[in-house]
Design a protein around this ligand. Structure first.
Ligand code: 5AD
Ligand code: SF4
Length: 475
């Protein structure tokens, strides 16, 4: 019963936004008749894949209203920043770009500017925007992304900045128009939010409690994507492993994967991120048995020291993590593993850091996203007293990269001689005769080929390797 009521709320929200999209369409078409050109939009995305996918929805709504994509920010009629706040430098980047945007807006007075995403869920950011960034027209958050049409319409009709920030998540609104970057490779939300409260992390405060989409909504979306040419899908969530626990009809992430594996025409299934504490044997078995589920997992360790992991509130030890890796490698011998690592968490000693290096050497990651700890106001770690001095952190960070690069290089070297299938993604930025693609195990492959191959799955032989990629030849 509750389920039904909720889905009605969500459906009516979508209908309401569809009406605003129609109103905006009428407004923009009138504008086009007057000026002889269409209005354009520019979306700047910072942060993770979740944000990148949210931006695909922003673009989808804007194109539905009649906006066309602008290649440059300077000449766009509507500019929106979809922001990240996971580390301080992500926020600084946004403030820096806003300064430049003000200059563009002075030249182009009718430009509309909006900011949304994780940054705007923080009170200190709102205060700063209210005080020093009055030229911004719309500020909204992570929970009401789908309201863009309504906010934009009101902003066009009124003066001053419109703030619409919710403290908590409402219902999941499905079927928001979306422009996918690639037809053959698409991201699909599995869960929203996070309630793990790792001591350093701001995400649970800005993305709210964990919510899972209903399996049928996910499957229907994937089916539509496959009908439109998708070969690979990436299921997104801050912790996909705890998918489904809070649904009215609970289901595990492994069971969801099994259902998706049956979708005809789909060839590859990826997912991220997996929290080690929730990685079940059932999931490992499913990865092993479901042909379409890729032999690759992103499994953030954060630190190799059990003591630091305890303070981070990660709820696993170094030993437990290594056990998991062993299980994965035993079940799926050619699996590749990537990770996230933070250096300089409060209280980290040289010995703790050595434990991290030890994990890297033992696991042999194919890639790692490495971060210098960034103090985030409002998180428990920000109040910890034993912060590590900057110069110590910088030195450790460099040593971390040295060890990591050695390991990553070795993983790539071990691919030489293998014949693998790759999904061709794009033309290399360095050489227009070279294409890049990824193996099932997420290894980046460069090979000679022509643009028409983009989006296809091809066999290649790996003939050489560099630190971060391998070189393949078509066979
Ligand atoms: N400082 C540095 N890195 C962080 N991450 C999350 N919060 C912080 C922080 N305060 C990293 C973690 C996480 C990744 C997405 O970002 O490694 O897995
Ligand atoms: Fe942040 Fe931890 Fe949640 Fe990941 S699991 S988003 S690191 S709180």
């Amino acid at each position: 019963m509750i389920e039904r009521e909720n889905s009605n709320i969500a459906t009516s929200e979508l209908e309401k936004q569809q009406q605003y999209m129609q109103k905006m369409k009428a407004y923009l078409s009138e504008w086009e008749q007057k000026t002889g050109r269409k209005q354009s939009y520019f979306v700047l995305t910072t942060g993770c894949q979740m944000n990148a996918h949210d931006s695909e929805k922003l673009a989808g709504m804007l194109e539905n209203m009649g906006y066309i994509a602008s290649l440059t920010e300077e000449n766009a009629d509507f500019v929106i920043y979809n922001t990240c706040c996971i580390r301080e430098n992500a926020e600084e980047k946004v403030y820096g770009r806003l300064g430049r945007l003000k200059y563009y807006k002075n030249k182009n007075k009718h430009m509309k500017i909006a900011i949304c995403g994780c940054m705007t869920q923080q009170d200190i950011v709102i205060e700063k925007l209210q005080k020093s960034y009055k030229f911004v027209d719309i500020v909204f958050g992570t929970f009401n992304l789908y309201k863009l049409p309504e906010l934009l319409y009101h902003s066009i009709k009124t003066e001053g900045t419109l703030f619409d920030i919710w403290k908590d998540a409402g219902e999941i609104v499905e079927d928001i128009p979306t422009v996918y970057k690639n037809a053959f490779q698409a991201s699909v939300n599995a869960t929203y939010g996070c309630e793990n409260f790792c001591a350093y992390c701001i995400v649970p405060y800005v993305r709210g409690k964990e919510r899972s989409r209903k399996p049928d909504d996910i499957i229907n979306e994937i089916q539509k994507l496959v009908n439109n040419g998708a070969k690979e899908i990436m299921l997104l969530g801050q912790n996909v492993n705890s998918y489904g626990k809070n649904l009215e009809a609970p289901i595990t992430f492994a069971q969801l994967l099994q259902k998706i594996n049956e979708i005809e025409g789909l060839q590859r299934i990826r997912f991220m991120t997996s929290h080690p504490k929730d990685l079940s044997d059932e999931l490992i078995e499913t990865m092993k048995n479901c042909k379409k589920v890729c032999n690759y997992i992103h499994l953030p360790i954060q630190s190799g020291s059990s003591e630091i992991l305890k303070h981070m509130n990660r709820r696993y030890t170094k030993q437990q993590y290594l056990e998991l890796v062993k299980k994965l490698k035993t079940a799926i011998p050619d699996i590749t593993i990537s990770t996230d690592i933070i250096v300089g968490f409060p209280g980290e000693t040289e010995q703790d850091f050595q434990e991290t290096l030890d994990v890297i050497r033992q696991v042999k990651y194919c890639t790692a996203f490495t971060f210098i700890y960034s103090k985030r106001t409002g998180t428990p770690a920000a109040k910890m007293e034993n912060q590590v001095p900057d110069e110590v952190v910088k030195d450790r960070f460099q040593r971390l990269l040295d060890v990591l690069n050695g390991v990553v290089e070795e993983v790539h070297k071990n691919q030489i001689g293998k014949t693998v299938e790759i999904l061709v993604e794009e033309v290399s930025k360095q050489n227009s005769n070279v294409l890049t693609g990824r193996t099932e195990s997420n290894i980046l492959v460069h090979f000679e080929g022509t643009k028409d191959l983009i989006g296809s799955i091809l066999p290649v032989k790996i003939v050489d390797s560099k630190t971060f990629y391998v070189i393949g030849e078509r066979i």
